[in-house]
Write a protein that binds this ligand. Structure first.
Ligand code: G6P
Length: 266
């Protein structure tokens, strides 16, 4: 008896293109029509759409793309520093560097490859970069879009020459939500957090879910590996799963009078 099966060619689901500014970008698609767009500027996922074509990530309307500035929105990669806890620029330099595509990436695990498209991006220091941060590293970012539309980001940082260094790392994910007063975050209850609005003083979360009535800028410590963001108005729930990253930062700016998100960028 002969068997036949449709073979999923992940390469066919990847499109290399350019944005209006001439910057290289990569579009991943899944068979159901979901997509993710990744810019080589910053290695940033700046669009993630579901099967209905709805955008799931927020990008500032003032975020006109002008390298080397990082537009506020999408999923900026914070490396080798998160926030301003170090000598480097806020959130490190990775989000404003030009990454390259690895044309020969390690394959997906066979049990986890059906209908999945992915791209591996690499960041390595230039001679100029070494003057600011004198460590030889290779940062790999794999962005994958699954058959069910799930988006996954996986990073690996390699020390190239054995000279020790320490770093912090974060995915600064901007999710698109409706009215912020209709949003709640579940999974952070009872946890300790550092409040950036109070000189990083330590508090314990008291509510049964986090809601937003004013500006919030916190780092929750030692979080569970799944949290949920419920958007009641849109009837949409984002479940964020993580592995290997202990803390969760929650930031929502606030325009006091209009209760609208402050739509700024630097
Ligand atoms: O303005 P950016 O550099 O993009 O950073 C945006 C925000 O990032 C973090 O979440 C910080 O805790 C905030 O204080 C900061 O304002």
């Amino acid at each position: 008896m002969r068997h036949s099966a449709a073979v999923w060619d992940y390469r066919a689901a990847i499109e290399h293109t350019k944005d209006w500014n001439g910057m290289d970008q990569v579009v991943l698609r899944n068979p159901q029509g979901a997509s993710a767009r990744v810019s080589l500027h910053g290695g940033k996922v700046f669009s993630w759409r579901n099967e209905q074509g709805e955008e799931l990530l927020f990008t500032s309307s003032k975020g006109i793309f002008q390298p080397p500035k990082a537009v506020r929105g999408g999923i900026p990669v914070c490396f080798p520093q998160f926030g301003n806890c170090g000598s480097l620029e806020q959130h490190g330099f990775a989000r404003s560097k030009i990454w390259t595509v690895d044309d020969n990436p390690p394959p997906l695990h066979p049990n986890d490859s059906h209908g999945k498209s992915f791209i591996d991006l690499l960041l390595k220091p230039s001679e100029e970069d070494l003057k600011c941060w004198p460590y030889s590293y290779e940062c790999r970012l794999r962005v994958s879009l699954a058959a069910n539309g799930d988006l996954a980001l996986t990073s690996r940082v390699r020390n190239i020459n054995g000279k020790p260094f320490s770093f912090s790392f974060a995915y600064h994910t901007y999710l698109s939500v409706s009215d912020i007063s209709e949003v709640r975050v579940e999974g952070l209850e009872t946890l300790d957090y550092l409040d950036n609005l109070r000189q990083r003083e330590r508090f314990t979360e008291q509510g049964d879910a986090l809601t937003f009535e004013s500006e919030v800028d916190r780092v929750y410590l030692s979080c569970p590996n799944a949290i949920a963001i419920l958007d009641h108005e849109r009837k949409r729930t984002y479940v964020i799963r993580k592995d290997g990253l202990p803390d969760v930062a929650v930031w929502n700016p606030w325009e006091k009078k209009s209760k609208a998100m402050v739509d700024l960028w630097r």
